[in-house]
Design a protein around this ligand. Structure first.
Ligand code: 13P
Ligand code: SF4
Length: 359
């Protein structure tokens, strides 16, 4: 088996030979050995935009998870191939909403709320999907007057949706939906959870009558581990600590933190801090450990003492990166991610709406 140093050298050599033919994108949660080779590292919104920056490159190697590679395919040119180095790199949260269950929910909502707009021309419901969802769901949203959001633009996207709709169906992440809607002043009693296994999602008609944001039952298994107790411990030990968490964390955790935002928000908060600051971070461990190493002038630690990586992000091993790059050199595109035209057209509409809200 190749050593880490050998793999590093193989990736470096293949990239050098491919030159402008390839662009490697890496999400902030990727392991250091992969990030080292990325031409662009960012949060999911930045990476979606980055997929458009090199239209002349024949391949985009996406070191991230499946829904991110699908999005890159939707936003790149038809000639470009998007490659996911390991096809098993999915996102368990994205898998919590499938097209059939969402369509079933939508039909029930049409029965409850009807399909006619109010006097102001606002639709009964606007569907909003988190970027962490399949292209099929982005397509559904595009076809039904809806939009995509990421953790960096969720509030602006909800504003967009409320200009066009009386209420929002938000999926798959209940926590991002709840945290964002709460910050906009929407009451918890106006945010019922939708459980797809129960009729009316487990709600009474009266509960649905009051609803402003219907929250799908999805969650991120990495971020749901963070607790208010961990924040209390960090504050007891470091009275000056800044607690910064990702909005996929449960609401009590976001409420107890000093600030919450996307992975890029977390990186920027640390970049902007004066030397000697202390940060307790509530997000994936690879990013936290990299930041701790990059900023030795600060004290940076993860809120969760048990190391918990995003296991699917971690599946992009440097061995796969070397393999896909060397295959390209040999004239072969392996692990290509393609979205069918039927899904791609409406999915692009939903993505373009998002890009127009937060360019
Ligand atoms: P960001 O948009 O903040 O990069 O988040 C993506 C993600 O999957 C977080 O778990
Ligand atoms: Fe999905 Fe959570 Fe991993 Fe992000 S951290 S890719 S939401 S499982």
């Amino acid at each position: 088996e190749a050593t880490e140093a050998e793999l590093h050298e193989r990736i470096r050599a293949a990239k050098a030979e491919l030159g402008e033919r390839v662009v490697v994108l890496g999400h902030f949660y990727q392991r250091d050995e992969v990030v080292a080779h990325a031409d662009f590292v960012g949060d999911s919104f930045q990476l979606a935009k980055a997929a458009r920056t090199r239209p002349e490159a024949e391949a985009i190697v996406f070191c991230g998870v499946h829904f991110m590679a699908e999005t890159a395919d939707l936003l790149s040119t038809a000639e470009q191939s998007v490659i996911l180095p390991n096809l098993a790199a999915g996102c368990s949260m994205a898998d919590m909403a499938d097209l059939d269950s969402v369509m079933d929910c939508w039909e029930q909502l049409e029965e409850v709320y009807g399909t006619t707009p109010d006097e102001a021309g606002r639709a009964p419901v606007i569907p909003v999907t988190y970027m962490n969802s399949s292209a099929a769901l982005k397509g559904f949203v595009g076809q039904h007057g809806g939009i995509v959001c990421t953790s960096s633009n969720a509030a602006a996207v909800l504003d967009w949706a409320f200009e066009r709709g009386q209420r929002v169906l938000f999926f798959p992440d209940q926590h991002l939906g709840r945290n964002t809607a709460k910050a906009m002043g929407i009451g918890l009693e106006q945010m019922p959870l939708w459980n797809p296994r129960k009729p009316l999602g487990g709600n009474t008609e009266q509960e649905l009558d009051e609803a402003k944001v219907l929250l799908w039952h999805g969650f991120c298994s990495v971020h749901k581990r963070f607790t208010v107790d961990q924040i209390a411990k960090a504050r007891a030990e470091y009275p000056d600590v800044h607690v910064v968490v990702h909005p996929e964390c449960p609401m009590p955790v976001v409420d107890a933190a000093d600030s919450a935002g996307s992975t890029d928000f977390i990186v920027k908060a640390i970049e902007a801090a004066p030397a000697g600051s202390t940060f307790a971070i509530g997000t994936e461990i690879n990013l936290v450990q990299r930041l701790a190493a990059q900023y030795p002038q600060h004290t940076i630690f993860c809120l969760d003492p048990v190391i918990c990586p995003c296991s699917t992000m971690y599946r992009i091993h440097p061995g796969y990166l070397a393999w896909v790059l060397e295959s390209l050199l040999a004239g072969e595109v392996v692990n290509r991610i393609t979205v069918s035209d039927e899904v791609a057209d409406p999915a692009r509409v939903a993505l373009e709406r998002m890009l127009s809200v937060a360019p």
